[in-house]
Design a protein around this ligand. Structure first.
Ligand code: C2E
Ligand code: MG
Ligand code: MG
Length: 602
């Protein structure tokens, strides 16, 4: 049988001289011709010792013509059993029968080798995974020989499965991008940490760390850099930890650190400082120097919560407060924060009815041309007076309205009211007065924003050149192509645009040039700092930038004559601030207009 296996002879002509032999040299042929029965025996021993089922089959009927002894060891069936017709198909695992069909079709000279993996059912009922390496001999375009070796790979499969299970487990507990433990891990770990702390009467601190500006970096530098930044941040956070701390990636750009076994809750502040320091160093990513900062909210067990969910929630509330307080700071949770979260909910639910109830009104703050002292325009600012909450500052409710979507209705109301009032002042003899209206990101993103503005202008009869829309840097940097198109459409009507709070965002000169802008408004924090080195330098730089882009500059928040003097000396065009007037109701503004009809002396 072994001789037959090694020959290339047709299976139904087993003892013919094989073509292989005709291809070999006379010496070899002679040597083979002299093959004795004992050589055959050796060969058979060799075949049977191979750790796999060596087989040969008829390429037309697929019936086995030879199966090595290993078949008995691996599957429990004697080699003779295999030679029965239909044996292989009958012992295939039911789920793998489909393979049999594939196994037996489509042979050609271009693909003379195959490898299939499938299961056969062993005599004792076990499913045995086999890797069947098959080769076919084609002669004159027809299959002439079919043989192969089946290797038992059940153990590999089991290990692969084990490996896969471990991988799935790893993926379910670790974040694929940064390799840090994920949210599921955090909950698990925190639950353990709290149990241990309860037993040992110790403290646990939870630090929720949120990166500022990641969305913006994704937008401007691309998601690849954003992703690399997250990996680099994870690396720095790991470096800042003590051995007993765990850092996890919670969601998106939020990381959570668990500090176990705290001697003193103030140690959490020390770690928070260290993390903020680490993250404030620039990151070098693919040739870009990227600067970010972070905010941290801290919750302490047991004071701020005794369950993972409550502690996480409170650390998040503290984080929210830290973010409101500005960049690069940390806050410990306190009950007062919970109160303000409740207040936030109250604001949100009341906003819904505020428009219908007529609780909003507008105030106007003059913008004064520094060279002439004339009031050239004003910024319209919304005010909300709620019967119980009292006067709610726009800085408080606008972000909530933005999140809840109420800003769309409110923004449209503000626009209509501001245009209507300005038109009235025009009619009263103050022609040319320009009104600046703040536009929120969500409002601007609406598909029909340009149409809404045009409709309001038509309805109120205000000349489009007398309407200025205040946008922010972050707003225009989101989907800039669309922003340019919407601005272009309104610009064609005559509407003008300014960038509010300029200098607090992330725009670069080359990016700014793309937008049809008219004005930059220097953020009041810089005006406030005029006199300090940084404030002075930034204000001068913004004025120079505006001049180079041929834009006008308005300084916001001008409160002192020194600031005003500095702005005049450095070529700023206009100012807005308490020095001249606070934002006032329409009737008061009218009085201001009457008073300042004659240009003021500078
Ligand atoms: P903003 O657009 O930068 O408005 C300027 C803010 O600075 C106003 O605060 C104004 O009262 C204040 N301000 C003006 N002069 C001075 C000054 O000399 N010193 C100081 N310390 N502050 C000064 P306000 O009215 O509380 O508005 C805050 C923010 O709320 C606005 O900042 C704007 O972002 C938003 N906002 C106000 N009204 C609207 C609105 O109708 N729609 C939208 N989307 N946002 C609005
Ligand atoms: Mg503004
Ligand atoms: Mg501003």
């Amino acid at each position: 049988m072994a001789r037959k296996l090694l020959s290339y002879g047709k299976p139904d002509e087993p003892d013919q001289t094989s073509p292989m032999l005709t291809r070999t040299s006379p010496e070899v042929r002679q040597a083979v011709d002299q093959t004795t029965d004992s050589a055959c025996l050796c060969l058979e021993t060799l075949v049977n010792s191979i750790d796999g089922i060596v087989w040969e089959a008829d390429p037309r009927t697929f019936r086995f013509t030879f199966v090595s002894e290993q078949a008995r060891r691996i599957l429990g069936y004697a080699p003779e059993d295999w030679l029965e017709e239909g044996f292989w198909e009958a012992h295939l695992h039911p789920d793998d029968v489909g393979l049999a069909i594939e196994h037996c079709t489509g042979w050609n000279a271009q693909s003379p080798r195959r490898c299939h993996e499938y299961r056969m059912v062993a005599r004792d009922g076990r499913a045995v995974w086999l890797r069947d390496l098959i080769s076919i001999e084609m002669r004159d375009g027809r299959p002439a020989g079919l043989r192969g070796i089946m290797v038992d790979i059940s153990e590999h499969r089991r290990l692969d499965k084990e490996e896969a299970r471990r991988e799935i487990e790893r993926l379910s507990l670790y974040d694929g991008m940064t390799g840090l433990p994920n949210r599921a891990f955090l909950h698990d770990r925190l639950a353990h940490a709290l149990k241990a702390a309860e037993r040992d009467h110790s403290h646990v601190a939870l630090l929720a760390v949120d990166l500022d500006r990641l969305a913006h970096i994704n937008e401007v530098l691309g998601h690849q850099i954003g992703d690399r930044l997250l990996v680099a941040v994870a690396e720095r956070l790991r470096g800042a930890m003590r051995g007993a701390d765990t850092v996890t990636r919670h969601v998106g750009d939020e990381f959570v650190i668990i500090m176990e076994d705290l001697a003193n809750p103030r140690d959490a502040a020390v770690l928070a400082e260290r993390v903020l320091d680490e993250l404030s160093r620039p990151f070098a990513l693919e040739g870009h120097e990227v600067n970010i900062s972070a905010c941290i909210g801290i919750g302490i067990y047991p004071e701020d919560g005794t369950t993972p969910l409550v502690l996480i929630k409170h650390a998040d509330v503290a984080l929210h407060h830290a973010k409101e307080a500005g960049e690069r700071n940390y806050q410990f949770f306190c009950e007062e924060m919970n109160r303000s979260s409740t207040e936030r909910l109250q604001i949100e639910s009341n906003l819904r009815l505020a428009l219908q109830r007529g609780e909003f009104h507008l105030v106007y703050q003059p913008q004064v041309e520094l060279e002439t002292g004339r009031i050239t325009g004003m910024e319209a600012l919304v005010r909300w007076t709620h019967p119980e909450l009292g006067m709610v500052s726009p800085a408080r409710f606008i972000p909530i309205a933005e999140e809840s979507g109420h800003i769309i209705e409110i923004g449209l109301w503000v626009l209509r009211e501001a245009c209507r009032q300005t038109r009235r002042w025009h009619e009263q003899g103050f022609e040319g007065l320009q009104v600046a209206v703040n536009v929120s990101a969500r409002q601007f993103r609406q598909d029909d924003f340009a149409r809404q503005v045009r409709a309001v202008l038509e309805e109120t009869g205000l000349a489009p050149e007398c309407l200025e829309l205040e946008l922010t840097e972050s707003m225009i940097m989101q989907r800039p192509e669309r922003v340019v198109a919407v601005m272009g459409e309104l610009r064609a009507l005559g509407v003008t645009f300014s960038i509010d709070d300029f200098g607090t965002g992330y725009s670069s000169l080359s990016q700014l040039k793309r937008f049809p802008l008219d004005k930059l408004k220097i953020d009041q924090s810089f005006t406030h700092d005029i006199g300090t080195d940084a404030g002075t330098a930034i204000t001068c730089a913004i004025i120079a930038l505006a001049n180079s882009l041929r834009l006008r500059v308005v300084a916001e928040g001008v409160e002192t004559t020194e600031q005003k003097r500095f702005l005049i000396d450095n070529g700023c065009h206009s100012m807005q601030g308490y020095l001249f007037s606070r934002p006032v109701a329409a009737s008061e503004f009218h009085a201001l207009l009457l008073m300042h009809r004659v240009p003021l002396a500078v």
